[in-house]
Design a protein around this ligand. Structure first.
Ligand SMILES: O=c1cc[nH]c(=O)[nH]1
Length: 408
């Protein structure tokens, strides 16, 4: 059932605090509440004991746990095979062999990029995601066709999820000479300027980063750069990007995707970069890769860096893996860092919700609150910790008050 304007979402299970035994957290307390949803927002939260003497429609959430809706902050919906036939990946060699494949592959894939992107958005939505940041190829082979397809796919899903697009010069902004194409993409509705490995791909860190920043400033766009480059090469690139961010006054508008170099250097250097990023509001998006060491996410969090997760390349020529499921991805992250206690598992959820958590650090309910957007997921779990550990089954997904996937 899809409800749009004003109704009571009844019998919703909300987390209310941690339960302590012998001085340690032994579980999570919950309470059953009714939520008034008006014009996409939560405008009242009352205990389920309250008699609702209103004639407004009611939608029974059947005591299921409510979590903030998920955000996939790094994916390539224009390149996925999802929605089409299975296709084998060639063995990984290096980024240039993949780029060579792309020169012809993307123009040949069927069904169309739009249909595949829409299928992927449907999968993400079913799994609880209502916000998607997609990096879209702009390159000499596909031109702006995949961007048009991505814009159309987001249009098809308007009212069901929100999307943002990064102009992604996959073959190198300089290497493939697509600066003018990037300008056109930024005029077409792209909200971030992207890039990829200024050292390895563009072979000119300074010029590549400067051009990305100049394009972003010119178009008043954000920046989100893929930096896979390892070790000190990666660290040098991060520092140069940080310096240019400060020079441009772009604090709070820059993201480094992957930031893999952080995984290869000593903790002192990791801390230095983390402090720099925190100070300049440079965010990091990780995909919790299976083929590279994991970046120090606990340290980044402790230093105040905003870290999000994304699915990246799933079911395409870069990777045959991935379910388009943010809960699966954060469960993988928890396993990687052996977060097995209740608090760590609960707090892990923040990496896929833009930092929104049901409980504060003090264990007080802070989400949902009156005035919050009613974008949420109803899951079969007793608490966030269980939802992450068990990748809980999703029953229904709400976007701005409307049930957009599943059913109640
Ligand atoms: O550079 C990269 C890496 C992964 N997936 C992509 O689409 N591009």
């Amino acid at each position: 059932m899809s409800m749009t304007s004003t109704y009571w979402l009844t019998n919703v299970c909300l987390e209310s605090g941690y339960r302590y035994e012998n001085g340690r957290i032994a579980g999570t307390e919950t309470e059953i509440c009714h939520l008034l949803i008006e014009n996409g927002k939560i405008t009242q939260i009352v205990s389920a004991d309250t008699t609702l003497d209103s004639d407004l429609p009611k939608q029974d959430a059947k005591n299921l746990l409510l979590l903030p809706a998920f955000r996939d902050m790094h994916i390539h919906i224009d390149k996925t095979y999802y929605g089409g036939p299975w296709k084998a990946c060639s063995p990984p060699v290096n980024i240039f062999t993949r780029l060579k494949e792309e020169e012809t592959l993307l123009t040949q894939l069927l069904p169309t990029a739009r249909e595949r992107a829409e299928a992927m958005l449907g999968l993400l939505q079913k799994n609880g995601t209502t916000h998607v940041r997609s990096h879209c190829n702009i390159d000499p082979y596909i031109g702006l066709k995949n961007l048009e397809a991505t814009l159309q796919a987001f249009e098809t899903y308007s009212g069901k999820l929100s999307g943002e697009i990064v102009a992604f010069p996959q073959h190198g902004l300089l290497r493939s000479n697509v600066v003018e194409m990037a300008r056109e993409a930024l005029r077409m509705g792209v909200t971030s300027m992207g890039g990829v490995d200024p050292a390895t791909v563009d072979q000119n860190i300074e010029k590549s980063l400067n051009t990305i920043m100049e394009l972003a400033v010119e178009a008043d766009a954000d920046v989100d750069v893929h930096i896979h480059d390892p070790g000190h090469l990666g660290i040098f690139t991060f520092k140069r990007l940080a310096a240019l961010t400060e020079e441009a006054g772009w604090q709070g508008r820059v993201t480094v995707s992957h930031a893999l170099g952080l995984a290869d250097v000593p903790v002192e250097l990791q801390s230095e970069v983390a402090e720099l990023f925190a100070q300049l509001g440079i965010a990091i998006t990780s995909t919790v890769p299976i083929n590279r060491a994991t970046i120090p996410i606990p340290l980044l969090k402790q230093k105040g860096v905003s870290v999000s997760l994304g699915d990246d390349s799933i079911t395409d020529h870069w990777s045959p893996f991935g379910q388009g499921d943010s809960l699966e991805r954060v469960g993988r992250l928890a396993e990687r860092f052996r977060w097995s206690d209740e608090r760590s598992l609960s707090e892990a959820l923040g990496f896929i919700t833009g930092g929104k958590l049901p409980l504060s650090a003090e264990g007080v309910r802070v989400w949902p609150a009156v005035g919050d957007e009613a974008s949420a997921v109803l899951v079969h779990a007793s608490c966030s910790a269980e939802a992450v550990a068990r990748r809980a089954e999703r029953q229904a997904v709400l976007y701005r008050g409307t049930v957009v996937s599943g059913s109640l």
